[in-house]
Ligand binder design. Structure first.
Ligand code: GCU
Length: 737
């Protein structure tokens, strides 16, 4: 018999950097909390990059009933970022890494006499250091005991519980798609001499040698784990004569990746198209309930994604379970992110060991991610390369069945030796948001694919921030409007659909998330690239674009711009996203027109006063009210200065025979006179912003990218004032092409 007792309730929490003895004596004066708990639920989400990072204590008395059983283990499913565990004043273990589970045996330290008192004390730390990842990244490093804590009682003879948080049982299905069979190897680790396994109604007994046993099963007419269509799960269990038992679900599927065909599931083309997810929620931080996880999965199903990048660390077991059950193909990764630390290698290896050991059986997981944008703040030096080689070798040793990958930062040269380490490649690109033009995303992949026809390439991140309070009929990069985000994604969707060789694409991000260091787009402490707001209450328009492209199960039409009510224009665009082939529009009950097409349907209507708009396709319909106003609604504009620049240069009449700020930096530089003007201006900027200019000078990838950008776009990104832009345009207009 194995008994699992959840001990989430009634911990004494002390937000104080105090030694163990004090924590124990002051425990009763602490705040009583139930797990999951984080101490950064509020200050980690309100901006200012000033959330509490330090050591806090969780203390709890164990009742006699809770510690009944022969051998008692403590299981902590998430202590962020590091923890030390004490039982009755004695240190039992420590754990480094805030996203993986760990266990420690309590048995010998328990006082099981009739008056026995047993007190657990866990010190949890999230202060900065140079050894435990993550240390530099665009999200809040919440501190706390933020997942379930359990006591596991097992008999003397039991399955292994200690090593890297192992589930004790490991299942490897090898599928023959032609014969429709699977050979399933079940392994387990235990301190007993014999194990009985059961798979698919068949039972086998195996002898355990050096604590390890295994058996092989053959499943004929195997039912595949077939993605969102049919994610069928089998169960394998292992039993000892002592009565201890473990079981796990598994799935029979074949994943493959081809440089030309992209991703293959069970032998057929299955382009992975989906989103990324962080594990946090407005007001709760990372202390999520099962209900929160389930609600997120429902939104993922609604948008119709078939893949998830679970960034940037190991997520909760419950969430990988939900992915298994819903047929979502997963990219799983460790938080080796942004900046390589000379003293962090051991931690990357232990976090990877735990990630793989704890999640090996999940059929949904397709790839292990080694790192994310690791060269953003570190050069590609030998230590960083060696760290990646060791991580890659570790992945293959622990799991020869899955591929490795990494998410590279846009400015990493594609001929960098680091790209040769993982099995398949991926890039995070933000052209059209942080910098550059949308088309540069297309160009990047075309060039990569042409130069490296033998490599698999994916698109691990792309996105644009939007605050659903902001609106514009002339959306622009950087304006934080819902409309720009929608336009951005319309471009990206087309770009992706035209390149089926991209093995996976993941929108950054499905949900807005906390990054306490951010303060932009009208919100403090949030990254607003989500297609859904942080509280999950608002699905931004771009959400419905992907739903229209991916969700085939439920017919719908979505009218964009519902929150853009007040419009100061004679004629306005009405945009509809739908997964249906035709959409009809009505304004104030009168038929406007029917459009045939795919995903995006646009109409124009004259504005006078208030209008009731209705979009219809079959039984699906959507409605909204918009209103003509005389002046632009100021509350819709975030960046007022940038908005005014847009307006004047749109209206400006340039002589096309002469140069202008609408030409690219490359075109201007190629002409002796225009080039000289630009060089002089750049030299002045260098003097003012030496640091940035230096970084650009030494980065040929950035140089090439900038050469393709229009001058006006470069100037606006650099924050150049309107008058200087006008002046440069006047000078360029004096130079004949
Ligand atoms: C990255 C990074 C993310 C981050 C995103 C962004 O490149 O990998 O963690 O949140 O960009 O800037 O929004």
């Amino acid at each position: 018999m194995r008994t699992i007792t959840n001990i989430n309730a009634n911990w004494q929490f002390l937000k104080a950097e105090i030694p163990l003895e004090k924590a124990l004596s002051y425990a009763s004066q602490g705040e009583t909390v139930n797990l999951p708990h984080t101490w950064n639920a509020v200050d980690g989400q309100d901006g200012g990059n000033d959330y509490h990072r330090g050591t806090c204590w969780y203390v709890r008395r164990l009742s006699t009933e809770e510690i009944e059983g022969e051998r008692i283990f403590l299981e902590i499913n998430g202590a962020a970022m590091s923890a030390e565990v004490y039982l009755n004043g004695r240190k039992l273990t420590e754990h480094r890494g805030g996203y993986s589970a760990f266990r420690v045996e309590l048995t010998d330290g328990l006082d099981r006499s009739s008056e026995g008192e047993n007190v657990l004390a866990v010190s949890v730390h999230n202060e900065d250091n140079d050894q435990v990842y993550p240390q530099k990244a665009d999200f809040t490093f919440y501190g706390g005991l933020y997942r379930a804590v359990n006591l596991i009682a097992v008999p003397e003879e039991h399955f292994e519980l200690g090593r890297d948080g192992t589930p004790g049982i490991k299942v490897t299905p090898a599928v023959d798609l032609v014969r429709k069979t699977a050979v399933v190897t079940v392994e387990s680790w235990q301190n007993a001499s014999e194990v009985t396994y059961e798979v698919n109604g068949e039972t086998k007994t195996a002898i355990s040698e050096d604590g390890h046993a295994q058996a092989e099963f053959v499943i004929d007419n195997v039912r595949l784990w077939d993605g969102v269509e049919d994610p069928y799960l089998y169960t394998a269990s292992a039993r000892l004569s002592s009565g201890d038992e473990v079981s796990t679900r598994f799935g029979c599927r074949v994943f493959a990746c081809d440089p030309e065909k992209g991703f293959l599931l069970n032998g057929r083309s299955y382009p992975l198209r989906g989103v990324s997810r962080h594990q946090d929620l407005k007001g709760k931080g990372n202390a999520l309930s099962y209900e929160d996880h389930r609600a997120d999965m429902e939104i993922i199903r609604e948008i119709g994604a078939n893949t998830l990048r679970l960034a940037h660390y190991q997520h909760a077991q419950e969430f990988y379970d939900l992915c298994d059950e819903n047929g979502i193909v997963v990219w799983a990764e460790i938080p080796y992110i942004t900046m390589h630390m000379a003293n962090g290698r051991e931690n990357t290896l232990s976090q990877m060991r735990e990630l793989i050991t704890q999640n090996y059986n999940h059929p949904s997981i397709a790839v292990w991610g080694l790192s994310n944008e690791i060269t953003a703040a570190s050069p590609v030096g030998e230590d960083l390369l060696e760290n990646h080689r060791q991580l890659n070798a570790l992945c293959h040793k622990l799991d020869p069945t899955r591929l490795t990958t990494m998410a590279n930062v846009f400015m990493l040269e594609t001929d960098s030796p680091i790209l040769e380490i993982p099995d398949i490649n991926s890039y995070n690109l933000y052209f059209g948001w942080y910098l550059g033009e949308l088309i540069q995303n297309d160009e990047f992949f075309d060039e990569y694919h042409a130069n490296y026809p033998d490599r698999c390439i994916g698109f691990s991140e792309y996105g644009a921030d939007a605050n659903p309070a902001f609106h514009s009929s002339h959306p622009e990069r950087g304006d934080y409007t819902e409309e720009y985000q929608a336009l951005y994604h319309e471009h990206m969707l087309k770009m992706i659909e035209a390149r089926p060789y991209l093995w996976a694409t993941h929108v950054w991000n499905l949900f807005d998330f906390a990054a306490d260091g951010r303060d932009e787009g009208g919100k403090h402490g949030e990254n607003q690239k989500g297609l859904v707001t942080f509280d999950r209450k608002v699905r931004k328009d771009a959400f419905y674009l992907y739903k229209a492209a991916w969700n085939r199960s439920e017919a719908f039409v979505h009218l964009c711009g519902k929150r853009y009510v007040n419009r100061a224009e004679e004629e306005t665009e009405i945009k509809v996203y739908s997964n249906q082939p035709s959409v009809s529009l009505y304004a104030d009950g009168a038929f406007v027109g029917t459009q045939e097409g795919r995903t995006v349907f646009t109409f124009r209507i004259p504005m006078s006063g208030e209008h009731e708009i209705r979009a219809v396709s079959g039984d699906a319909e959507d409605r909204m009210t918009i209103r003509r106003v005389s002046e632009p609604d100021e509350s819709y504009i975030f960046n007022k200065a940038a908005a005014s620049v847009t307006n004047w240069f749109d209206a400006e009449e340039n002589d096309p025979a002469c140069f202008s700020i609408m030409d690219t930096l490359g075109e201007l530089r190629a002409h002796p006179k225009a080039g000289a003007v630009i060089e002089a201006m750049m030299a002045k900027n260098t003097a003012e912003r030496g640091d940035v200019a230096e970084a650009v000078k030494d980065n040929p990838a950035l140089q090439r990218m900038m050469a393709r950008m229009t001058m006006v776009s470069l100037l606006k990104q650099a924050g150049t004032d309107e008058e200087s832009i006008r002046q440069l345009n006047r000078i360029l207009q004096g130079i004949k092409k």
